[in-house]
Design a protein around this ligand. Sequence first.
Ligand code: NAD
Length: 400
Amino acid sequence: LSVPNQPTIPYIIGDGVGVDISPAMIDIVDTAVLKAYDGEKKIEWQELAAGQEAFQTLGDYLPKETLTALTENLVAIKGPLMTPVGEGFRSLNVTLRQSFDLFANVRPITYFTGVESPVKHPEKVQMTVFRENTEDIYAGIEFESESPRALALIERLKTEFGIDKIRFDKTSAIGIKPVSPEGSKRLVRAAFEYAIANGKNRLTLVHKGNIMKFTEGGFKKWGYEVAQEYPTFTVNTFNQIKADEGLDAAIAAKEKALADGKIYVDDAIADNFLQQILIKPEQYQVVATLNLNGDYISDALAAQVGGIGISPGANINFETGHAIFEATHGTAPDIAGLGLANPSSLLLSSVMMLEFMGWLDAASLIKRALSKTIADGHTTRDLGGTLTTAEFTAAIIANF
Ligand code: NAD
């Protein structure tokens, strides 16, 4: 990505705690950029309207001007947005992801010393999840129970395809799960590129192909096809050597492959994978998976390292370079506007953004200062501390 020294970066403050965490993030990023580049680089922030306030003032949750600015600028960052509850509303987040075909939801999971965790060894959790963001059952192709469309679809499926499952009748609601080779492959490819760029040597394809053979099983099959494009050693090769020459030969071949810089690629069934990440998280590094699995897995991993309050995320189209970085938590209505929220999730998302832009010095400055602040026990209430958002922000800046 070619980034000028003074890029315009659109941002959406976000609903709820957005008013607390977005200004904190901007303060910290501006200070880090100034410190890292001595005034040579500077972000021109452009505030965009979206969410509840946009609806109240402009009558639109996602005004056209906002979409235009996001179209014109490849990189943007946003706070959480409240999804209006009611008929006919698509989540604003889903709308943004689909509008810009942001096919990869990237969620790095890192433990920060000092953060309380529900597991014994949170420091062993060091994973990055690549979740497919546009397809799967989340594509939003659903038909309500007893609606004319559901009825017509059920009728066709029954008569034309002979599908006659238990309780597959007019009272059934129907959801459609599209999974394409193109959609799966571009996601897995992005995960490989990440693994190579970050010196990771294990990539795991997570799926439920044992049950959903053509959708989830397709993802696994296409994932292994992508593996052929990269210097990899797959679990299939491992098993073949094991069958032909024995376990020791297979282990030796795998060790040699890793020493040669190849990536070990395997796959795991999602339910077993959710157990494994609790029992032996250290065995996984990069995870590529479909939309629904990825949603559960990334939140489960975030919980292990202390919660979504400190877990970042990004929605990226690695082909066009379009990327929206975001806090992974919601609008936290219980503490919104009270100045108590933890800005770390959005802040770490801004670190991902700076890394994406190639502004690595500013990114590592923030990461180091945040780690030190948390390790020193200077935290917001959600992490067991007593600091307000403003005090926590000042403590991070003081650690630059
Ligand atoms: P939530 O993440 O808003 O809150 C869950 C709990 O975590 C609350 O107790 C909250 O106080 C706490 N929390 C969240 N962020 C925090 C922070 N930065 N600092 C300290 N504590 C924090 O989840 P929810 O209550 O299920 O959702 C509320 C709203 O957020 C809903 O309208 C939902 O649609 C929306 N939402 C938006 C996004 C997004 O924009 N990406 C994601 C999830 C939910």
